[in-house]
Ligand binder design. Sequence first.
Ligand code: IYR
Length: 306
Amino acid sequence: MAGVLQTYLPFLAANWQLVLMALLAAAVLHLLLERCRTASIPVPAPPAAVAAAAAAATITTAATAATPWRDEVAPEDDDLTPPPDVLLPRVPFSMESISPEEMVRRSEQFYKQMNGRRSVRAFSRAPVPRQAVESAIRAAGTAPSGAHTEPWTFVLVESPEVKAAVRRIVEDEEEVNYRKRMGQKWVDDLAPLGTTWLKEYLTDAPFLILVFRHAYGVDEQGQRFTTYYNEISCNLACGVLLAALHQAGLATLTSTPLNCGPRLRQLLERPANEKLVLLLPVGRPADDCTVPDLTRRPLERIMVVL
Ligand code: IYR
Protein backbone atom coordinates (compact mmCIF):
# COMPACT_ATOMS: atom_id res chain seq x y z
CA MET A 1 0.00 0.00 0.00
CA ALA A 2 2.80 2.35 1.02
CA GLY A 3 4.60 1.47 -2.22
CA VAL A 4 1.52 2.24 -4.28
CA LEU A 5 1.05 5.58 -2.52
CA GLN A 6 4.71 6.42 -3.04
CA THR A 7 4.35 5.73 -6.76
CA TYR A 8 1.09 7.65 -7.32
CA LEU A 9 1.25 10.43 -4.73
CA PRO A 10 3.48 12.72 -6.80
CA PHE A 11 1.16 12.24 -9.82
CA LEU A 12 -1.96 12.91 -7.71
CA ALA A 13 -0.37 15.97 -6.12
CA ALA A 14 0.58 17.40 -9.50
CA ASN A 15 -2.75 16.60 -11.20
CA TRP A 16 -5.28 16.75 -8.37
CA GLN A 17 -7.61 19.11 -10.26
CA LEU A 18 -7.78 16.73 -13.21
CA VAL A 19 -8.38 13.71 -10.96
CA LEU A 20 -11.12 15.54 -9.07
CA MET A 21 -12.88 16.50 -12.30
CA ALA A 22 -12.72 12.93 -13.61
CA LEU A 23 -14.19 11.61 -10.34
CA LEU A 24 -16.97 14.22 -10.44
CA ALA A 25 -17.81 13.42 -14.08
CA ALA A 26 -18.02 9.70 -13.28
CA ALA A 27 -20.31 10.39 -10.32
CA VAL A 28 -22.65 12.60 -12.41
CA LEU A 29 -22.82 9.97 -15.19
CA HIS A 30 -23.59 7.25 -12.68
CA LEU A 31 -26.37 9.32 -11.13
CA LEU A 32 -27.88 10.11 -14.53
CA LEU A 33 -27.92 6.47 -15.66
CA GLU A 34 -29.44 5.41 -12.36
CA ARG A 35 -32.23 8.02 -12.77
CA CYS A 36 -32.96 6.82 -16.33
CA ARG A 37 -33.27 3.26 -15.06
CA THR A 38 -35.56 3.91 -12.10
CA ALA A 39 -37.77 6.46 -13.89
CA SER A 40 -37.91 4.15 -16.99
CA ILE A 41 -36.63 6.97 -19.19
CA PRO A 42 -35.34 5.13 -22.25
CA VAL A 43 -31.56 5.07 -22.32
CA PRO A 44 -30.47 6.12 -25.84
CA ALA A 45 -30.52 3.04 -28.05
CA PRO A 46 -27.16 1.69 -29.17
CA PRO A 47 -26.37 1.98 -32.88
CA ALA A 48 -28.19 -0.76 -34.84
CA ALA A 49 -25.01 -2.65 -35.71
CA VAL A 50 -23.90 -2.80 -32.07
CA ALA A 51 -27.38 -3.88 -31.00
CA ALA A 52 -27.46 -6.59 -33.68
CA ALA A 53 -24.04 -7.87 -32.63
CA ALA A 54 -25.15 -7.93 -29.00
CA ALA A 55 -28.32 -9.82 -29.93
CA ALA A 56 -26.34 -12.33 -31.99
CA ALA A 57 -23.93 -12.84 -29.11
CA THR A 58 -26.84 -13.51 -26.73
CA ILE A 59 -28.46 -16.00 -29.08
CA THR A 60 -25.32 -18.06 -29.49
CA THR A 61 -24.49 -18.38 -25.79
CA ALA A 62 -24.32 -21.98 -24.61
CA ALA A 63 -27.34 -21.55 -22.32
CA THR A 64 -29.74 -20.34 -25.05
CA ALA A 65 -28.37 -22.82 -27.61
CA ALA A 66 -29.29 -25.62 -25.20
CA THR A 67 -32.80 -24.26 -24.60
CA PRO A 68 -33.82 -22.75 -27.95
CA TRP A 69 -37.53 -22.85 -27.07
CA ARG A 70 -37.01 -20.33 -24.31
CA ASP A 71 -37.83 -16.72 -25.12
CA GLU A 72 -35.38 -14.08 -24.07
CA VAL A 73 -36.53 -12.82 -20.69
CA ALA A 74 -35.98 -9.45 -19.12
CA PRO A 75 -33.73 -9.41 -16.04
CA GLU A 76 -35.67 -10.61 -13.01
CA ASP A 77 -35.40 -7.36 -11.07
CA ASP A 78 -37.12 -5.41 -13.93
CA ASP A 79 -40.76 -5.10 -13.00
CA LEU A 80 -42.60 -4.74 -16.31
CA THR A 81 -46.05 -4.44 -14.76
CA PRO A 82 -47.48 -1.15 -16.04
CA PRO A 83 -48.47 1.30 -13.33
CA PRO A 84 -52.28 1.50 -13.02
CA ASP A 85 -52.43 5.09 -14.33
CA VAL A 86 -51.13 4.13 -17.79
CA LEU A 87 -53.42 1.12 -18.21
CA LEU A 88 -56.42 1.73 -20.50
CA PRO A 89 -59.80 1.07 -18.91
CA ARG A 90 -60.88 -2.46 -19.79
CA VAL A 91 -64.29 -3.50 -21.09
CA PRO A 92 -65.90 -6.94 -21.31
CA PHE A 93 -65.55 -8.74 -24.64
CA SER A 94 -67.47 -11.66 -26.07
CA MET A 95 -68.24 -12.99 -29.52
CA GLU A 96 -71.48 -14.25 -30.97
CA SER A 97 -71.87 -17.89 -30.10
CA ILE A 98 -71.95 -19.92 -33.32
CA SER A 99 -72.56 -23.65 -33.68
CA PRO A 100 -69.77 -25.73 -35.27
CA GLU A 101 -71.95 -26.34 -38.35
CA GLU A 102 -72.66 -22.66 -38.72
CA MET A 103 -68.93 -21.87 -38.39
CA VAL A 104 -68.16 -24.24 -41.23
CA ARG A 105 -70.98 -22.83 -43.33
CA ARG A 106 -69.92 -19.22 -42.85
CA SER A 107 -66.28 -20.02 -43.45
CA GLU A 108 -67.08 -21.82 -46.71
CA GLN A 109 -69.39 -19.06 -47.79
CA PHE A 110 -66.68 -16.47 -47.18
CA TYR A 111 -64.13 -18.53 -49.07
CA LYS A 112 -66.48 -18.87 -52.06
CA GLN A 113 -67.10 -15.17 -52.04
CA MET A 114 -63.39 -14.30 -51.84
CA ASN A 115 -62.56 -16.83 -54.53
CA GLY A 116 -64.67 -14.70 -56.87
CA ARG A 117 -62.34 -11.71 -56.38
CA ARG A 118 -60.22 -10.80 -59.39
CA SER A 119 -57.87 -7.98 -60.22
CA VAL A 120 -59.78 -5.87 -62.70
CA ARG A 121 -58.08 -3.59 -65.23
CA ALA A 122 -61.16 -2.44 -67.17
CA PHE A 123 -63.57 -0.33 -65.15
CA SER A 124 -67.02 1.03 -65.91
CA ARG A 125 -67.35 4.80 -65.57
CA ALA A 126 -70.70 4.26 -63.83
CA PRO A 127 -70.80 5.85 -60.37
CA VAL A 128 -70.90 3.72 -57.21
CA PRO A 129 -72.08 4.91 -53.79
CA ARG A 130 -69.34 6.72 -51.86
CA GLN A 131 -70.86 5.39 -48.62
CA ALA A 132 -70.04 1.81 -49.68
CA VAL A 133 -66.41 2.77 -50.26
CA GLU A 134 -66.22 4.70 -46.99
CA SER A 135 -67.51 1.75 -44.99
CA ALA A 136 -64.93 -0.49 -46.64
CA ILE A 137 -62.24 1.98 -45.54
CA ARG A 138 -63.73 1.98 -42.04
CA ALA A 139 -63.45 -1.83 -42.09
CA ALA A 140 -59.80 -1.57 -43.19
CA GLY A 141 -59.19 0.73 -40.23
CA THR A 142 -60.22 -2.10 -37.88
CA ALA A 143 -57.10 -4.08 -38.79
CA PRO A 144 -54.76 -4.85 -35.91
CA SER A 145 -51.68 -2.63 -35.66
CA GLY A 146 -48.49 -2.61 -33.63
CA ALA A 147 -49.21 -1.13 -30.17
CA HIS A 148 -52.51 0.05 -31.71
CA THR A 149 -50.74 2.90 -33.50
CA GLU A 150 -53.01 2.62 -36.60
CA PRO A 151 -50.21 3.60 -39.01
CA TRP A 152 -52.32 4.27 -42.11
CA THR A 153 -54.00 6.97 -44.13
CA PHE A 154 -56.49 6.14 -46.89
CA VAL A 155 -56.73 8.89 -49.49
CA LEU A 156 -60.03 8.61 -51.34
CA VAL A 157 -59.88 10.35 -54.71
CA GLU A 158 -63.15 11.20 -56.38
CA SER A 159 -62.24 14.40 -58.25
CA PRO A 160 -61.74 13.80 -62.02
CA GLU A 161 -58.91 16.38 -62.02
CA VAL A 162 -57.00 14.64 -59.23
CA LYS A 163 -57.59 11.23 -60.86
CA ALA A 164 -56.17 12.62 -64.11
CA ALA A 165 -53.14 14.02 -62.26
CA VAL A 166 -52.58 10.63 -60.58
CA ARG A 167 -52.82 8.92 -63.97
CA ARG A 168 -50.27 11.33 -65.53
CA ILE A 169 -47.73 10.58 -62.78
CA VAL A 170 -48.32 6.83 -62.85
CA GLU A 171 -48.15 6.49 -66.65
CA ASP A 172 -45.08 8.71 -66.73
CA GLU A 173 -43.21 6.54 -64.21
CA GLU A 174 -44.60 3.23 -65.47
CA GLU A 175 -43.29 3.93 -68.98
CA VAL A 176 -39.79 4.24 -67.50
CA ASN A 177 -40.46 1.13 -65.35
CA TYR A 178 -41.44 -1.01 -68.34
CA ARG A 179 -38.71 0.37 -70.59
CA LYS A 180 -35.83 0.47 -68.10
CA ARG A 181 -36.31 -0.13 -64.38
CA MET A 182 -38.11 -3.47 -64.37
CA GLY A 183 -35.70 -5.18 -66.74
CA GLN A 184 -36.46 -7.65 -69.52
CA LYS A 185 -37.11 -10.66 -67.24
CA TRP A 186 -39.80 -8.88 -65.24
CA VAL A 187 -41.45 -7.54 -68.40
CA ASP A 188 -41.38 -11.06 -69.89
CA ASP A 189 -42.85 -12.56 -66.70
CA LEU A 190 -45.75 -10.10 -66.92
CA ALA A 191 -46.40 -10.71 -70.61
CA PRO A 192 -49.10 -13.40 -69.94
CA LEU A 193 -51.10 -10.81 -67.98
CA GLY A 194 -51.03 -8.32 -70.87
CA THR A 195 -50.26 -5.30 -68.68
CA THR A 196 -48.74 -2.10 -70.10
CA TRP A 197 -47.87 1.33 -68.74
CA LEU A 198 -51.18 2.72 -70.02
CA LYS A 199 -53.60 2.97 -67.11
CA GLU A 200 -57.03 4.02 -68.38
CA TYR A 201 -58.57 2.51 -65.27
CA LEU A 202 -57.11 5.37 -63.22
CA THR A 203 -59.52 7.84 -64.82
CA ASP A 204 -62.37 5.41 -65.62
CA ALA A 205 -62.88 4.03 -62.10
CA PRO A 206 -65.21 6.24 -60.04
CA PHE A 207 -62.81 6.15 -57.07
CA LEU A 208 -59.15 5.68 -56.34
CA ILE A 209 -57.95 4.72 -52.88
CA LEU A 210 -54.29 5.38 -52.09
CA VAL A 211 -53.07 3.71 -48.92
CA PHE A 212 -50.21 5.44 -47.12
CA ARG A 213 -48.14 3.76 -44.39
CA HIS A 214 -46.90 5.87 -41.48
CA ALA A 215 -43.19 5.07 -41.22
CA TYR A 216 -43.41 6.90 -37.90
CA GLY A 217 -46.24 8.75 -36.21
CA VAL A 218 -46.55 12.46 -35.47
CA ASP A 219 -48.79 13.49 -32.58
CA GLU A 220 -50.80 16.71 -32.19
CA GLN A 221 -47.80 18.48 -30.65
CA GLY A 222 -45.64 17.51 -33.63
CA GLN A 223 -43.75 14.89 -31.56
CA ARG A 224 -42.69 11.77 -33.42
CA PHE A 225 -43.64 8.35 -32.09
CA THR A 226 -42.78 4.81 -33.14
CA THR A 227 -45.33 2.94 -35.25
CA TYR A 228 -44.38 -0.65 -34.43
CA TYR A 229 -44.76 -3.20 -37.22
CA ASN A 230 -46.16 -0.51 -39.50
CA GLU A 231 -45.57 -2.55 -42.68
CA ILE A 232 -47.44 -5.67 -41.68
CA SER A 233 -50.11 -3.52 -40.01
CA CYS A 234 -50.79 -1.70 -43.29
CA ASN A 235 -50.64 -4.90 -45.29
CA LEU A 236 -53.28 -6.39 -43.00
CA ALA A 237 -55.45 -3.29 -43.42
CA CYS A 238 -55.09 -3.57 -47.21
CA GLY A 239 -56.27 -7.20 -47.05
CA VAL A 240 -59.33 -6.21 -45.07
CA LEU A 241 -59.98 -3.37 -47.54
CA LEU A 242 -59.89 -5.73 -50.54
CA ALA A 243 -62.25 -8.17 -48.84
CA ALA A 244 -64.64 -5.42 -47.75
CA LEU A 245 -64.80 -3.86 -51.23
CA HIS A 246 -65.23 -7.22 -52.90
CA GLN A 247 -68.08 -8.33 -50.68
CA ALA A 248 -69.80 -4.98 -51.39
CA GLY A 249 -69.71 -5.86 -55.11
CA LEU A 250 -66.91 -3.42 -55.87
CA ALA A 251 -64.05 -4.36 -58.18
CA THR A 252 -60.45 -3.35 -57.44
CA LEU A 253 -56.94 -3.67 -58.75
CA THR A 254 -54.12 -4.07 -56.24
CA SER A 255 -51.54 -1.84 -57.87
CA THR A 256 -48.22 -0.87 -56.32
CA PRO A 257 -46.79 1.58 -58.82
CA LEU A 258 -43.02 1.47 -58.72
CA ASN A 259 -41.26 4.80 -58.10
CA CYS A 260 -44.49 6.81 -57.98
CA GLY A 261 -44.63 7.18 -54.19
CA PRO A 262 -42.87 10.53 -53.72
CA ARG A 263 -44.68 12.30 -56.58
CA LEU A 264 -48.10 10.98 -55.54
CA ARG A 265 -47.41 11.87 -51.91
CA GLN A 266 -46.67 15.45 -53.00
CA LEU A 267 -49.69 15.63 -55.28
CA LEU A 268 -51.98 14.43 -52.50
CA GLU A 269 -50.27 16.66 -49.92
CA ARG A 270 -49.38 13.86 -47.53
CA PRO A 271 -46.63 14.48 -44.96
CA ALA A 272 -43.10 13.05 -45.21
CA ASN A 273 -43.73 10.23 -42.70
CA GLU A 274 -46.34 8.69 -45.03
CA LYS A 275 -45.22 6.23 -47.72
CA LEU A 276 -47.46 5.01 -50.52
CA VAL A 277 -48.12 1.27 -50.29
CA LEU A 278 -51.11 0.66 -52.52
CA LEU A 279 -53.14 2.37 -55.25
CA LEU A 280 -56.59 0.85 -55.75
CA PRO A 281 -59.03 1.85 -58.46
CA VAL A 282 -62.53 1.05 -57.17
CA GLY A 283 -65.75 0.64 -59.11
CA ARG A 284 -67.66 -1.83 -61.26
CA PRO A 285 -66.01 -3.91 -63.96
CA ALA A 286 -66.56 -2.59 -67.50
CA ASP A 287 -69.28 -4.46 -69.44
CA ASP A 288 -66.67 -5.98 -71.75
CA CYS A 289 -64.19 -6.67 -68.92
CA THR A 290 -62.12 -9.84 -69.19
CA VAL A 291 -59.55 -11.31 -66.79
CA PRO A 292 -56.82 -13.89 -67.39
CA ASP A 293 -58.01 -17.46 -66.89
CA LEU A 294 -56.07 -18.15 -63.69
CA THR A 295 -56.43 -21.04 -61.27
CA ARG A 296 -55.57 -20.96 -57.58
CA ARG A 297 -53.49 -23.54 -55.78
CA PRO A 298 -55.70 -25.97 -53.84
CA LEU A 299 -55.64 -26.20 -50.04
CA GLU A 300 -53.26 -29.19 -50.06
CA ARG A 301 -50.71 -27.05 -51.88
CA ILE A 302 -50.91 -24.01 -49.61
CA MET A 303 -51.42 -25.61 -46.18
CA VAL A 304 -49.29 -27.94 -44.10
CA VAL A 305 -50.96 -29.71 -41.19
CA LEU A 306 -48.82 -31.03 -38.36
N1 IYR B 1 -46.79 -2.05 -61.75
C1 IYR B 1 -46.85 -2.39 -63.16
C2 IYR B 1 -46.27 -3.73 -63.45
C3 IYR B 1 -46.90 -4.90 -62.80
C4 IYR B 1 -46.15 -5.61 -61.89
C5 IYR B 1 -46.67 -6.71 -61.30
I1 IYR B 1 -45.51 -7.79 -60.06
C6 IYR B 1 -47.95 -7.17 -61.63
O1 IYR B 1 -48.48 -8.31 -61.02
C7 IYR B 1 -48.69 -6.48 -62.56
C8 IYR B 1 -48.16 -5.33 -63.14
C9 IYR B 1 -48.27 -2.25 -63.68
O2 IYR B 1 -49.20 -2.02 -62.92
O3 IYR B 1 -48.46 -2.34 -64.89
